[in-house]
Design a protein around this ligand. Structure first.
Ligand code: SF4
Ligand code: SF4
Length: 324
């Protein structure tokens, strides 16, 4: 796989600093039951990295001490980590809002059959990848049979109340473009998704988040192989809006890897670009239990234009829509 960072670090990006920390995003491991083309983590069934029991304890201590309001759990398929359910239950018992970045096909993996019921009982907010409402497009990007399994997953979640008004169970979907283009307007695409998934499969959900593909990991490497890297970076830079700088997710979130090391966001984690704090350039979550982070500089490079291009991209979807 091509390393995109040597190209990205040559591209200047406006300096930004941290605001108030409200979200802890943890990557509990790179193992996944899928191996999608656009995956910015490079996850697959063969990866073995996973967060240990001791680091999971540090995560819980951090949530409590820092009074963090949201825990955002990602992977790989985060549910494959043996400590996933303990992390969820302990966080919910503290009153923390928990988000699970769920790929929907995980419900059909042996040993995970009761996962939807567990998530519903803990009132976990589900953020699920669904790159298109058309079978061919999904299967091309995520693998054969993924679309049908994802629809079955959504139908199971709907049957439990997820995505239905008044249930208190939130189900949001994530769209990313098939190739090196910007996502279309979020509100219009959300309406299309709701119509097609509703009419054809009886599926309902709350919101659609549209995200730009990041020029890193497998997707970035593919761009280099096809000679499309510079064109895509040019597209992102050309569409950059200063107004989006205020809302980028790294202002209020830190991202923690499976070993407990801390980054300004998940993308920086994948680029091995750690958060810098004081003299330390590879800070651990344990070191931050009492450390103020407000105003700390954020490590930026060319990939950050993926967050500020057009309507913007964040863990809550388009920045423009999020602000409305
Ligand atoms: S399901 Fe998500 S984590 Fe797994 S390979 Fe696909 S994009 Fe990566
Ligand atoms: S990639 Fe986005 S979230 Fe990460 S540091 Fe850059 S602007 Fe912030």
């Amino acid at each position: 796989m091509h390393d995109t960072f040597p190209l990205l670090e040559k591209i200047p990006f406006p300096a930004i600093r941290r605001g108030r920390l409200d979200t802890l995003q943890i990557n509990v491991g790179y193992r996944c039951n899928q191996s999608c083309l656009h995956c910015h983590v490079g996850a697959s069934p063969h990866r073995t990295e996973e967060m240990s029991d001791a680091i999971a304890d540090t995560v819980l201590e951090f949530l409590q001490r820092r009074r963090i309001s949201t825990l955002d759990i990602t992977g790989g398929a985060p549910e494959l980590n043996p400590h996933f359910r303990r992390l969820v239950s302990a966080s919910r018992a503290m009153g923390v809002r928990v988000m699970d970045r769920c790929n929907l096909t995980i419900f059909e993996v042996e040993g995970q059959e009761d996962l939807p019921e567990f998530l519903a009982a803990e009132q976990v907010e589900i953020v699920a990848s669904m790159p298109c409402y058309l079978e061919d497009n999904v299967d091309r990007q995520r693998g054969k049979g993924v679309f049908d399994a994802s629809i079955r997953g959504l139908q199971r979640l709907n049957a439990l109340g997820y995505g239905r008004d008044g249930s208190g169970l939130t189900l949001n979907l994530v769209y990313n473009p098939q190739g090196p283009s910007l996502p279309p307007p979020q509100a219009a695409l959300e309406a299309d998704y709701k119509r097609v998934l509703g009419e054809n499969y009886g599926v309902t959900f709350n919101k659609l988040y549209t995200l730009a593909n990041m020029p890193i990991q497998r997707f970035g490497s593919t761009l280099i192989s096809k000679g499309e890297f510079d064109t895509y970076l040019g597209l992102l830079q050309h569409a950059h809006l200063d107004a989006n700088l205020e809302g980028v997710m790294c202002r209020n979130l830190i991202s923690v890897d499976w070993r407990g090391f801390v980054y300004d966001c998940d993308f920086n984690q994948m680029l091995d670009l750690p958060l810098t704090y004081g003299a330390s350039d590879h800070v651990h979550l344990f070191d931050l239990l009492n450390a103020p982070l407000e105003s700390n500089p954020i490590r930026v490079a060319g990939h950050c234009f993926g967050c500020t291009a057009g309507q913007g991209s964040s863990c809550g979807g388009a920045l423009k829509e999020a602000a409305e």
